[in-house]
Design a binder for this molecule. Structure first.
Ligand SMILES: *Cc1c(COP(=O)(O)O)cnc(C)c1O
Length: 392
């Protein structure tokens, strides 16, 4: 079993010298090799031009697909490079052959933009949205989910790790339900990819989306989509271009057979180089090791926070992630964020406008979100709690 060399990992993350970065769920810090990979490609573009630079980077750009295939345990042909997780998810969702009366099964903690897409298409196509309630532990209720399935249920779409809370939804158990009923399963893995192992075979999803900048520590403006080859023939992209399709003769075209039908011809090539480096970096450390350290730190942070007077940890779920949410008596989340920012501590705030169902049910309007990664330390947790302080 490998152990992580935290000193070396922090040396690869120069901001650690000054900043306590507890906003890894918002945007983590690129490690130096990732940052270098992006800069080197930009330098190449400046020197020989963008097209020639892309040609020269061809082996790296091809390896992007192999790196993700290893990360997710899928085939390289099942991966698309997309500019962010939202658009990756959209490309999957808007491609599905859903028609009037078809039902979507989702969860209370579903990501805001996904839910907006459900509402958008429900209005346009007459779809029905069924929301699975949460169980006593706060995660989605598997028994309720199975009971809510009808002959019209065409899609199960859930968020693995919600943005606004520390829980991890039981993605594999959902996969078993989806498989039993022959329903397409779309998993938003934006907050789980890079902080825990993900295996699409084990999970049993046909579609999975994620972003580069969060726990994967890639550059901004990068994301990816996994599409199982078992269903790709049934997915009609909402729009295509000369990369996604071939203009075979004057009146005909053919859509690419692989997941790259969801890519754009023009894209942020340096970002793809950087994201590939970020996946390589995570794989070299080991996703099991990363998960173990992230959950150890997050548990430590929750325990320390709950000792502070007036501070309430708001996380639910039997299994928890690196995302820690809390409120504090007498101080608004935005004020806490600003005060910590002035002390070189980065956190973010989650609001009800991004979590109408989840926060609505729990009576929350805003929470502070402190999200840790493996390069954070117990010392930082101590200093964080000191800076936060208890209620007077
Ligand atoms: C951040 C986030 C997204 C959106 O990712 P982008 O790359 O910003 O589009 C989607 N789902 C979840 C759960 C997220 O936390």
């Amino acid at each position: 079993m490998k152990t992580l060399d935290i000193g070396r990992l922090r040396a690869d993350t120069p901001a650690c010298e000054k900043l306590i970065h507890f906003n890894n769920a918002g945007s983590s810090l690129m490690p130096t090799p990732v940052y270098r990979a992006v800069l080197d490609h930009l330098a190449l573009e400046q020197t020989i031009g963008g097209y020639a630079a892309e040609d020269q980077a061809c082996p790296i750009l091809e390896d992007f697909y192999d790196a993700f295939a290893t990360l997710l345990n899928c085939d390289r042909a099942e991966i698309a490079y997309v500019e962010n997780a939202t658009r990756a998810w959209d490309m999957a969702f808007y491609s599905l052959p859903l028609k009037e009366g078809d039902r979507i099964l989702t969860v209370e903690a579903e990501y805001v933009s996904n839910f907006l897409a459900f509402l958008h298409q429900a209005r346009r196509r007459g779809l029905e949205i069924d929301v699975v309630p949460s169980d006593a532990g706060g995660q989605l209720d598997l028994n309720a989910m199975e009971r809510m399935i009808t002959p019209k249920t065409r899609l199960i779409a859930i968020t693995h790790v919600p943005t606004q809370g520390g829980l991890v939804n039981p993605a594999e158990e959902v996969g078993k339900i989806a498989r039993r009923h022959g329903i397409t399963y779309l998993l938003d893995a934006c907050q789980s990819v890079g902080q825990m192992p993900l295996d699409v075979e084990k999970i049993g999803c046909q579609l999975l989306s994620g972003t580069g900048r969060k726990f994967l520590r890639g550059p901004r403006g990068t994301g990816f989509l996994y599409v199982s080859k078992d269903i790709i023939d049934r997915l009609d992209p909402p729009f295509i271009d000369l990369h996604a399709a071939n203009w075979t003769d004057a009146r005909n075209f053919e859509i690419r057979p692989d997941a790259r039908r969801f890519e754009n011809w023009e894209s942020y090539v340096a970002g793809r180089v950087g994201l590939r480096a970020a996946v390589g970096y995570a794989l070299a450390l080991g996703l099991d090791q990363i998960r173990d350290r992230v959950s150890m730190l997050a548990d430590r942070l929750r325990a320390s926070l709950s000792e502070l007077p007036g501070v309430k940890v708001q996380d639910l779920g039997r299994v928890r992630s690196g995302i820690v949410t809390f409120t504090k008596e007498g101080e608004q989340p935005r004020d806490i964020q600003a005060r910590l920012d002035a002390a070189d501590i980065a956190v973010s705030v989650s609001s009800k406008t991004s979590a109408q169902l989840d926060f609505g049910r729990r009576g929350l309007s805003q929470v502070v979100r402190a999200s840790v990664h493996y390069f954070n330390t117990e010392d930082e947790i101590g200093r964080f709690c000191e800076a936060l302080g208890g209620a007077k």
